[in-house]
Design a protein around this ligand. Structure first.
Ligand SMILES: Cc1cc2nc3c(=O)[nH]c(=O)nc-3n(C[C@H](O)[C@H](O)[C@H](O)COP(=O)(O)OP(=O)(O)OC[C@H]3O[C@@H](n4cnc5c(N)ncnc54)[C@H](O)[C@@H]3O)c2cc1C
Ligand code: SF4
Length: 512
């Protein structure tokens, strides 16, 4: 075995010619928002860091504008991974930069009450909003997080603001990790103008400048350990898109940080012999922010392809359990939720130029699921059930979205709820959305915010990691991804994940 990677480069599939073995101070598994922050902070502090990523890097020329085709290249299971029980698609990226390559760059700090719940419910002492503020600040400054400017909002975002104003609901431009956004609405398929500060063009290159070695197309399959100590990781090189496995590798490290994502990390622990799972909590407590979206059709064209992908939000209803935001995705992806067949479907499709789609992400703290590993495979089965009390929040959120759409001037709305008429023409007609008891299965939902499968808990019997991300059962095994959230964040999770990762990295610098 010999080492293939020299410092200062991103290794790609074509660079691997044989099996290899390397050593470092810290190996980080996963280059999404959390792993990239950890790799950067440790490299900057002078540690020898190796960052491992199963997906390939993408250049702007490699982005596919057609949504479904793009999903086959950038997402696990071609973007069609879904939960069982409550059936809901959930997307996990496979790329250098992880979810940041395809996400909408929304960066929101959760309100204090979220952290108060975490601290009181999970025996945490140092995870108040005040404790995390310096870490949010550091990440925010590094990525240039700022509110979306008016000139790139476009009509479908500004209509949301006018609807909220008319009803007296608060609203604000969304803060995002972008520099020089042109409002192309293409965040989902990759930002061709490189305005979005996804990890592959922000934290990863900065880590490399500080000497980190970055290996892509490498699938970690097992964490090596000896007693209470992790010794490193091993796995195989995988060809991008086909997933064909070839050369074997092994990385020896003093510290192992898992940032493979909330779905992949518990599977890795399982395949490594139920590692770090004395509590039995690894893979349990799976939570989402299921999204409820309503489409409005306006009399004038909204030109929805123009404007920041998600430019406006309202935090008015956070205490009620949902956050409102504007939404856009490639037409092919949007069209999946249109009702009808044949001519009727075509008529709906023809009005996309006049539409605005707004969604609510729901804090489903009572709804739990689990990640179930499959024998010999790293792709898991996901189970998830929605608690009946959380279905009431879906209903409330859909009603408020209807209110705002009509207040903004929509002539009709498409609620996307089974058992409710496909098209509603007035707020009076929309009453059906909030009246009566509904089942979760009536809602067409999606859940790309995923948490809590390796949750932090002050009590080692009830959680996988401590407040700083260290596995309770290990001296030198850490988890940094959103799996460590005790519960959902009630707002978009990436920024919180990065702030916690920043704190973990600082703790590691002090300890190593
Ligand atoms: C379409 C979409 C839009 C979203 N929009 C927003 C938004 O605007 N704002 C927001 O806050 N959140 C958003 N999210 C969620 C956000 O992107 C995630 O919460 C965030 O990316 C999680 O970061 P992470 O580091 O925990 O994991 P990930 O981003 O999932 O990164 C994990 C990385 O680990 C790699 N990996 C996994 N297993 C292995 C292995 N065995 N070996 C090597 N590498 C491995 C993966 O390929 C991946 O690159 C969105 C998500 C999606 C899918
Ligand atoms: S809206 Fe367009 S320009 Fe702005 S960050 Fe997203 S993809 Fe880039």
């Amino acid at each position: 075995m010999s080492a293939p990677a020299s410092q200062g480069e991103v290794r790609v599939f074509a660079d691997y010619e044989r099996d290899f073995r390397e050593s470092c101070d810290v190996v980080v598994v996963g280059s999404g928002p959390t792993g990239s922050v950890v790799a950067h902070e440790l490299a900057e502090a002078g540690r020898r860091v190796v960052l491992l990523e199963e997906g390939p890097p993408f250049t702007p020329g490699e982005f596919e504008l057609e949504g479904t085709l793009s999903m086959t290249r950038t997402m696990r299971e071609a973007g069609l991974r879904a939960t069982r029980g409550f059936v809901m698609p959930t997307m996990q990226a496979i790329a250098l930069g992880g979810g940041s390559l395809v996400n909408s760059a929304i960066c929101v700090r959760p309100p204090e009450f979220v952290f108060e719940r975490w601290c009181s419910g999970f025996d945490l002492e140092r995870t108040t909003r005040k404790d995390l503020e310096p870490h949010f600040d550091a990440v925010g400054e590094f990525l240039g997080i700022a509110p979306t400017p008016e000139d790139v909002q476009g009509p479908r975002n500004l209509l949301f603001a006018s609807g909220c104003d008319a009803l007296g609901y608060s609203s604000e431009p969304i803060a995002r990790n972008v520099r020089g956004c042109r409002g192309s609405g293409e965040c989902f398929t990759g930002c061709r103008s490189r305005a979005k500060q996804s990890m592959d063009i922000s934290y990863v290159p900065a880590a490399i400048r500080h000497g980190a070695r970055v290996l892509t197309s490498v699938q970690v399959q097992r964490i090596r350990s000896d007693g209470r100590r992790a010794a490193g990781v091993e796995g195989q090189v995988v060809e991008p898109f086909s997933g064909k496995r070839s050369h074997r590798f092994r990385i020896d490290a003093d510290v192992v940080v898992l940032a493979a994502g909330c779905v992949a990390t518990p599977v890795l622990l399982h395949h490594s012999g139920e590692l770090a799972n004395r509590s039995g909590q690894a893979g349990r407590n799976l939570q989402f922010h299921p999204g409820v979206a309503v489409m409005g059709i306006f009399p004038e064209p909204t030109h929805p392809q123009f404007g920041a992908t998600q430019g406006y939000q309202s935090l008015e209803f956070l205490p009620d359990g949902f956050k409102l935001e504007t939404l856009w995705a490639p037409p092919g992806v949007m069209a999946v939720r249109l009702p009808g067949l044949g001519l009727e479907y075509k008529r709906h499709l023809a009005r996309i130029s006049h539409c605005a789609v707004w969604d609510a992400i729901v804090s489903c703290n009572r709804s739990l699921g689990r990640v179930v590993p499959r024998r010999g495979r790293l792709d898991p089965v996901l189970h998830y059930d929605v608690h009946p009390e959380d279905v009431k929040i879906f209903q409330h959120a859909a009603w408020v979205l209807a209110e705002i759409l009509f207040a903004a001037g929509a002539k009709r709305i498409l609620p996307g709820i089974h058992g409710v008429p496909d098209v509603l023409h007035s707020l009076e007609e929309a009453e059906v959305v909030r009246r009566g008891e509904m089942r979760a299965s009536q809602f067409v939902s999606a859940g790309n915010h995923v948490f809590s499968t390796t949750r932090m808990h002050g009590d080692p019997a009830r959680g996988v990691v401590d407040e700083l991300g260290r596995c309770h059962d290990f001296d030198n095994l850490y988890i940094a991804d959103t799996g460590i959230f005790p519960q959902c964040t009630s707002v978009n999770p990436m920024y919180t994940g990065m702030a916690l990762a920043h704190r973990t990295a600082q703790a590691l610098v002090e300890r190593t």
